[in-house]
Design a protein around this ligand. Structure first.
Ligand SMILES: [Zn+2]
Ligand SMILES: [Zn+2]
Length: 339
């Protein structure tokens, strides 16, 4: 089968690879769509992936074959569903199944993903796509589950003044979910004009360029501080600027991955009692909630997904354009599309 394979040196190429053979209890899924994630960009463009890796984890598909008694039949439309937390390890006991110690840690660097035609999945690791939800939209379930989890981690509510820094695909999803959950005071900071416009399209009430986030005066908040900030750009400078915009007892939720570490003023953290927290993975029933929200009619889906799907052969080019901020929203790869 064809696959977009990481070949080293920051490059992806379409290669023929063996079709995976389902093991006991496994379903063979034909991938319908797979979104390109910011983490895929890091893996490829910053060369963290191992040569031979197939990336892509934001997929929807159709069951091609399933073991009898599994509850699945060929033709069923599905998205992946991570296994629940064990409920007994320390993170689970503290209400954080997203980092359950027993969850099979994904071998990210040699990851066997979905930028290819077929994938095997454990029969109990799937959710059925509702009849009224297009398969293409259902491929947003994974990043939507990430966005829902980030909102929960941030403890955000209707009274919050919220800032989102970086409005690539994840920032846009977070803005859309904030709006769908009744939060109305949402500012977005973003250098790319096309992404600023898209932030307004999906529900931001105000957009600014990053240079508008001025350094705060010593020992006092900025003129219009924020109670919750979602950092989605992964840039150290954005993390630093975001911390300066927080109000007393404010929370900075870090969602964007990055490899250059930020610097921060610990005294400000102390006297403002600021909280910095990372948001990784999903809530316990995160995919189901994500599918329900995608199916609710409450989201500006046409602004969250790029209008034209791409074949495997265009993954590399789209990654480069995404990294330059030229593409605003989620790019969907359709592996069955001929190039
Ligand atoms: Zn992702
Ligand atoms: Zn656990």
């Amino acid at each position: 089968m064809p696959a977009a394979v990481y070949v080293g040196d920051g490059r992806i190429a379409v290669e023929e690879v063996p079709c995976p053979v389902p093991g006991p209890g496994e379903v063979l899924v034909e991938i319908a769509e797979c979104g390109i994630c910011g983490s895929d960009l890091h893996m490829v463009l910053e060369r963290y992936a191992k040569p031979g890796a197939i990336l892509g984890h934001e997929w929807s598909g159709v069951v091609a074959s399933a073991p009898s008694g599994s509850g699945w039949s060929p033709g069923d439309r599905v998205v992946g569903n991570p296994t629940p937390g064990c409920g007994v390890c320390r993170p689970c006991r503290r209400g954080r199944p997203s980092v359950c110690l027993t969850r099979a840690s994904v071998a990210y660097l040699g990851y066997r993903g979905a930028f290819c035609r077929y994938k095997t999945v454990s029969a109990d690791g799937l959710i059925r796509i509702p009849d009224s939800l297009p398969t293409r939209v259902a491929a947003l379930a994974e990043p939507m589950a990430i966005a829902l989890h980030a909102l929960r981690v941030g403890g955000v509510g209707p009274d919050d003044r919220v800032l989102v820094t970086g409005t690539g695909p994840v920032g846009l999803l977070i803005i859309a979910v904030l709006r769908a959950q009744g939060i109305s005071d949402i500012t977005a900071s973003e250098p790319s004009p096309v992404r600023r416009q898209r932030a307004l399209d999906v529900g931001a009430t105000r957009v600014v360029t990053p240079d508008a986030l001025v350094d705060p005066p010593m020992g006092a908040p900025v003129a219009e501080p924020y109670s919750v900030i979602f950092e989605c750009s992964g840039h150290a400078s954005a993390v630093e600027a975001a911390l300066g915009q927080l109000d007393y007892a404010g929370t900075l939720v870090i969602v964007g991955t990055g490899f250059e570490p930020p610097r921060f003023n610990q005294n400000r953290l102390i006297i403002f009692e600021l909280e910095i927290v990372g948001a990784y993975n999903y809530d316990e029933d995160g995919f189901r909630s994500a599918v329900d929200l995608l199916n609710s009619g409450k989201l500006p889906l046409e602004s969250l997904i790029e209008p034209d799907d791409i074949p495997l052969s265009e993954v590399m080019d789209s990654m480069e354009r995404l990294s330059r901020g030229e593409i605003a929203s989620k790019v969907m790869v359709r592996p069955s599309m001929s190039s």
